[in-house]
Design a protein around this ligand. Structure first.
Ligand code: AMP
Ligand code: MG
Length: 418
């Protein structure tokens, strides 16, 4: 477990492309979350901090894929029915206590260990039982219906990798190799504030000049979805001393401080000054739309992220830069999320040299083609556009004109907001 250097976000205020910013973060952010062992039942969604290596073959023995009769293929007549005596029985969990003999069939059930000897299993539907004997139709292949030892996992194979986020099937896989606990990252402790005198807590009456604080709910959910333990510290007024005191206190027992609003250069933007008074702050200017400068800094050794105030800019900057920061702090793999090609259903003009994200809804098109339909109003304050959207279309820096029908990169929210 590492600590970040004391000015890890240092940057000279240049306009940066997204990739450059992400690469820089990749260099300076390392894991701060300690590892803890948790039972499988509590490991869903957690970041795995060890490689899981199979100590033995899975399945550990050859077994039958069907209910039927285990036979020696060489005992079967390839052209006519073969009749064999049924001399043994193996059920799942109960191996035969002797090798099978040539010329006999052994009754076997799905998952039961193959007796030593037979190489093939006849499905019971393809057999006719005549008293103590079974009549087997011709035409089966050698080795049919037999599952080989180790076909799922070979001993020594890595089945789960450090840095991955655990899904239900991963927990099943861990169990299949005999694990009942896994080493995972402790949830990152994140303190969350909103800032702004205009903000009002949902549930309270709205007084003149105020709006409800929506960002805190969005960001809280984004953080929780990534597995953070969020401490909600409410709304801070636009007063230097209040913001300074709140950040200072939170830095004592948190791994990360996140605010929204108050980080542009307006005179009411006290967050910037407060962080500067307590530590270091850098405004990262990114060649992206939507998005205001992202404030990155440190209060003591604790990293600080100042998100913009506009709800759409919050979402876009969170997904592109803050999400990878959080994943890295937890020791997770912060590989770029997958984009999927869809057909743009709209024309669009954009400025060169900046990356742009458009909020789109998907509509089923012709066979295999999704069409991206753009939300008509584009303002960075229009939260309802995010609600309508299934994800974001990402337009590259060099593009200036998008013609309808062009294939574009689509980032589904489901890919990045678990
Ligand atoms: P600021 O960056 O503080 O200048 O805020 C930019 C815009 O975002 C202003 O219109 C704010 O009212 C709005 N805004 C800031 N914080 C929030 C919030 N927590 N919820 C909703 N809107 C906000
Ligand atoms: Mg403000």
């Amino acid at each position: 477990m590492a600590q970040l250097s004391d000015d890890c976000f240092a940057q000279d205020g240049r306009l940066m492309r997204v990739e450059e910013a992400q690469a820089l973060l990749g260099q300076v952010i390392s894991q701060v979350s300690a590892a803890e062992a948790v039972p499988l039942r509590l490991a869903l969604g957690r970041i795995l901090l060890e490689d899981i290596v199979a100590a033995f073959d899975v399945p550990p023995h050859d077994n039958s894929a069907v209910d039927g009769y285990a036979v020696f293929f060489d005992d079967l007549d390839p052209k006519a029915e073969t009749v064999l005596p049924v001399t043994g029985r193996v059920a799942a969990g109960h191996p035969l206590d002797r090798p099978a003999r040539r010329g006999e069939a052994v009754r076997i059930f799905t998952g039961a260990p193959m007796p030593a000897g037979p190489d093939t299993v006849m499905m019971q539907e393809d057999c006719r039982l005549e008293g103590e004997r079974v009549a087997i139709a011709p035409g089966i292949e050698r080795g049919a219906n037999r599952r080989a030892r180790g076909v799922d996992i070979a001993a020594g194979g890595t089945v789960l990798r450090r840095g991955m986020r655990l899904r239900p099937q991963d927990l099943g896989q861990a169990a299949a190799t005999g694990r009942h606990e896994l080493l995972v990252a402790r949830p990152l402790r994140v303190a969350l504030f909103s800032t702004g005198d205009e903000l009002c807590e949902p549930g309270a009456p709205l007084t003149p000049g105020k709006i409800y604080d929506s960002n805190r709910s969005t960001i809280h959910a984004l953080l929780s979805g990534l597995g953070c333990a969020v401490t909600d510290l409410g709304i801070l007024p636009d007063r230097f001393e209040s913001v300074r005191a709140a950040l200072d206190a939170a830095a004592k027992d948190q791994d990360l401080l996140v605010t929204s609003g108050g980080v542009s250069v307006g005179e009411e933007d006290h967050v910037k000054q407060a962080v500067e008074a307590l530590g270091k702050l850098h405004l990262w200017r990114l060649a992206i739309k939507p998005g205001r400068p992202l404030a990155l800094g440190q209060v003591g050794a604790v990293p600080f992220v100042g998100l913009p105030g506009n709800p759409v800019a919050v979402m876009v900057t969170f997904l592109t830069l803050v999400r990878p920061i959080i994943l890295r702090l937890m020791g997770a793999d912060a590989a770029a999320p997958r984009r999927f090609k869809v057909r743009a259903d709209f024309a669009h003009k954009k400025k060169k040299d900046r990356r742009e994200w458009l909020r789109v809804r998907l509509e089923g098109g012709g066979p295999g083609t999704w069409r991206a339909v753009k939300f008509p109003r584009e303002g960075a304050g229009i939260l309802s556009s995010l609600v309508e959207a299934d994800g974001l279309v990402e337009l590259p820096e060099d593009l200036t004109r998008l013609e309808p029908g062009t294939m574009v990169d689509f980032l589904p929210f489901s890919e990045v907001c678990p």
